[in-house]
Design a protein around this ligand. Structure first.
Ligand code: SF4
Ligand code: ZN
Length: 315
């Protein structure tokens, strides 16, 4: 027989949290995720009353679950919520998720704004793949560079104070490793979850940063949120997939190791952040005027690489 929930001692267990040994019924599990999100928001001082929050929503389980929880919290905090979706222009993949996001926002009465790479940067992802100078410039590095800028521009265009994204604990571990293995130590300092205010006035928050991806899937499923399950056709180009499998395999053998690893990485990130702050040299991109550590920012460099290739094709 299924054991009773450790929290309420009344209902049957639907979720066994291996790293803590807890058995939880549906309502205690759902409550635990919402409580953890609130605790993370408060621990890192992510939100204040009356702020306008732009929530980056892709149509996947993480971002829709975040939108769902922030909408609940917003009533208490008097926060204004706007969903923003970035259409990368990936045929057959983004179309389905766009209709999921539209339906979700309509049902939850949330304002939705959609932006796309083609309008913002001149090429959509499918075009960028054919225009890129070589496979060494991976789809995800083009897409990640464009998405960060697109989310910033979209948030500013809706007058948001805060940009919330649904990066979870697994994403954090993978990103740390990607930065480490690519020698990009300064980016490790940017990962610390306490938000900093950028020169454009925007603050970025990740309220799911201390929650396992598998628990967010379970939350989304039990909230009856319809989400996209198809994978992006370009995802295998990223080393992220290898780190995902690596950490999942470790967690199977050593429950809780992801959480320990998160704590260590977060401490390191805080140290790097404080060192970098002292050495910080702020530049602006000579081309677009956005903050950049180089003379030309990564977005403008990517657009130039794609443009160059386009011109060579047409000659
Ligand atoms: Fe973009 Fe890579 Fe994500 Fe696909 S998997 S949407 S290319 S970042
Ligand atoms: Zn630039």
């Amino acid at each position: 027989m299924t054991p009773l929930c450790n929290k309420c001692n009344k209902k049957h267990t639907v979720f066994h949290r291996r790293y803590s040994g807890e058995n939880l019924c549906r309502s205690c599990f759902m409550y635990s995720i919402e409580k953890k999100t609130l605790q993370t928001i408060s621990k890192y001082s992510m939100l204040k009353f009356n702020q306008r929050i732009a929530v980056g929503v892709s149509g996947g389980k993480d971002s829709l679950a975040l939108l769902h929880i922030l909408k609940k919290i917003s009533k208490r905090n008097n926060n204004d919520i706007i969903a923003i979706t970035i259409d990368e222009g990936i045929e057959g993949y983004r179309n389905e998720s766009l209709s999921i996001v539209k339906n979700f926002c309509k049902n939850e009465e949330i304002l939705l704004r959609i932006f796309n790479y083609k309008d913002l940067f001149g090429s959509n992802m499918d075009e960028a793949i054919t225009e890129r100078p070589s496979n060494k410039l991976s789809a995800c590095s083009i897409c990640g560079t464009f998405r960060r800028r697109a989310l910033d521009l979209a948030s500013l265009s809706v007058d948001a104070d805060i940009l919330a994204t649904a990066h979870n604990l697994d994403d954090y571990l993978q990103t740390f490793m990607i930065n480490l293995f690519s020698g990009d130590v300064s980016r490790i300092g940017w990962m610390y979850p306490r938000p900093i205010e950028y020169s454009n006035g925007l603050k970025k928050i990740k309220p799911f940063v201390e929650i396992y991806e598998s628990e967010i899937v379970f939350y989304a499923f039990h909230s009856r949120i319809e989400f996209q399950t198809d994978q992006c056709p370009y995802m295998d180009e990223s080393i992220r997939s290898e780190f995902r499998s690596f950490f999942n395999d470790l967690e199977k053998i050593h429950p809780g190791i992801k959480y320990n690893c998160f704590n260590s990485m977060n401490k390191l990130s805080k140290i790097v952040k404080s060192v970098e702050k002292n050495e910080e040299v702020k530049n602006t991109c000579l081309n677009c005027g956005e903050t950049s550590s180089n003379n030309i920012c990564s977005v403008c460099t990517t657009i130039q690489l794609l443009d160059l290739r386009k011109k060579n094709f047409s000659n």
